[in-house]
Design a protein around this ligand. Structure first.
Ligand SMILES: *Cc1c(COP(=O)(O)O)cnc(C)c1O
Length: 446
């Protein structure tokens, strides 16, 4: 199966890809990745590249994490599967719930509900938010508010709170009762405000106005990513999420933190919420929970929700997945999180992140770089064809992506953005190599 033309041909004929046009596969075939080790991947032609997107924002510990592989193999030998639906559970799932409660205790999170990925986690969190209000006798609280540019997975609930038309329009009508407010995106926003702090204040006003317009007693929850990832690494001013928390509290609205990317160290803290000094009511986790070694996710809830769900009267949680609490996923996650803590990856993020950011800032000397955004080890270059007019140029971003790959670094091309989310074990040397390859990629298309 390694012949170049054969693989390309079979891929085009039989494999439909997420977020891609099936008809494009022949003319612009995707890269066939066949191997990886540490922070590097190899394609079918033997070309090697630093994986500066870390799989898909998830391979935080790189591709050679022995303890995760071993935990998976051992769990497969001992108990490959057992369900966590009412009546049974398994020891791996229990152990992981204890570990997560310990890790996210400082965020006020004490209960874990397991899922098979981020989209599951988002839809579960939305459901639990509605159910919380219903149990408390506020069944009118059914609406959700979210940020434009937000990405919350692709299930119906997540697509409905998603803030990108590409993932919405083809599948409409979506869930009724979902509303969107401006994102604190300093480079482009409806207020033409480029000062992050003043912009945060304007976006907070817009959020509160929307809650009031909807009537607070009908709003269940506000969902946000602490740093918007797929939308182009949009980093809010530090005051933003704290302001959101205050507004939610003022109006009895739950705050759901979608930490599918920001959880487990990406921002330089264990969670993005903690990074901004906020405790959410519900937290969505997935991606780096197993560093990509097994599909897995979780929703975490704090005491405020727990008290309501666990009170007498037994409100059944009427949602879940066959693979909720999958023992192999839980064993993989437990090993991953122990390794994440042992390596204290957040310390490395705080050391290497600023160096990578400084390097990327230096790339502003290329006319095509309209904006540079980074927090911890999530970064983006926004590519424009005209700096003054900020004209998006997705085609040029695509050419930069290709040239950067040829120079030995895999980044992600997403619309007019080049985004990065490298493994958190990235060395300073490799951070420099990423910048050098982008420099080469940018020069090649100039
Ligand atoms: C990736 C992502 C999701 C969806 O996760 P899947 O595992 O792809 O279903 C949800 N929210 C955020 C913030 C994400 O980045």
């Amino acid at each position: 199966m390694r012949d170049h033309n054969f693989l390309t041909e079979m891929n085009a004929r039989h494999l439909w890809h997420p977020m891609a046009h099936p008809g494009e596969m022949q003319a612009t075939p995707p890269k066939v990745i066949t191997g990886a080790s540490d922070v590097r991947i190899t394609d079918m032609d033997g070309h090697e590249a630093i994986d500066a997107i870390g799989g898909l924002w998830n391979v935080n510990l790189g591709y050679s994490c022995g303890p995760i592989k071993q935990a998976i193999a051992e769990q497969l030998d001992r108990l490959p599967y057992y369900s966590a639906f009412k009546g049974t559970t398994n020891d791996a799932a229990i152990a992981l719930s204890v570990k997560l409660a310990e890790m996210f205790g400082p965020d006020g999170m004490t209960r874990a509900f397991f899922t098979s990925g981020g989209s599951d986690s988002v839809d579960t969190a939305l459901k639990l938010a509605r159910q919380y209000h219903r149990i408390r006798g506020e069944a009118s609280r059914t609406k959700f508010i979210a940020l434009r540019k937000g990405y919350h997975g692709t299930h119906w609930g997540g697509a409905s709170v998603n803030g990108n038309p590409q993932f919405r329009e083809p599948y409409e009508p979506l869930l009724p009762g979902c509303f969107h407010v401006p994102s604190p995106y300093a480079y482009r926003n409806p207020f033409d405000e480029d000062d992050p702090e003043r912009l945060a204040a304007l976006c907070l006003k817009a959020l509160e106005a929307e809650i009031e317009m909807q009537v607070p007693s009908t709003v269940a929850a506000f969902i946000m990513e602490p740093v918007q990832g797929a939308g182009g690494v949009i980093v809010p001013h530090p005051s933003f999420m704290r302001g959101v928390r205050e507004i939610c509290d003022r109006h009895g609205v739950l705050l759901i933190a979608d930490e599918v990317i920001t959880g487990f160290g990406r921002t330089g803290d264990v969670s993005g919420s903690r990074h901004w000094g906020v405790q959410p009511d519900l937290m969505c986790l997935a991606k780096a929970i197993t560093s990509g070694y097994f599909p897995m996710g979780a929703v975490m809830a704090g005491d405020r929700l727990a008290e309501v769900f666990e009170a007498e009267g037994y409100a059944m949680i009427g949602t879940g997945y066959t693979y909720s609490g999958h023992p192999v996923g839980c064993a993989a996650a437990l090993a991953c999180l122990e390794e994440t803590e042992r390596l204290a990856v957040w310390d490395n993020v705080r050391a290497v992140g600023p160096r990578l950011k400084a390097g990327l800032e230096g790339l502003r000397r290329h006319e095509a770089v309209g904006d540079v955004r980074a927090e911890g080890l999530m970064c983006a270059l926004e590519i424009v064809s005209d700096r003054a007019a900020k004209t998006p140029d997705p085609a040029m971003a695509g050419r930069i992506y290709e040239a950067t790959y040829r120079a030995g670094v895999m980044v992600r091309w997403s619309g007019t953005n080049i985004v990065m989310s490298p493994p958190l074990i990235l060395t300073a040397d490799d951070a420099d190599r990423i910048v050098a390859a982008l420099d080469e990629g940018l020069s090649a298309v100039a």
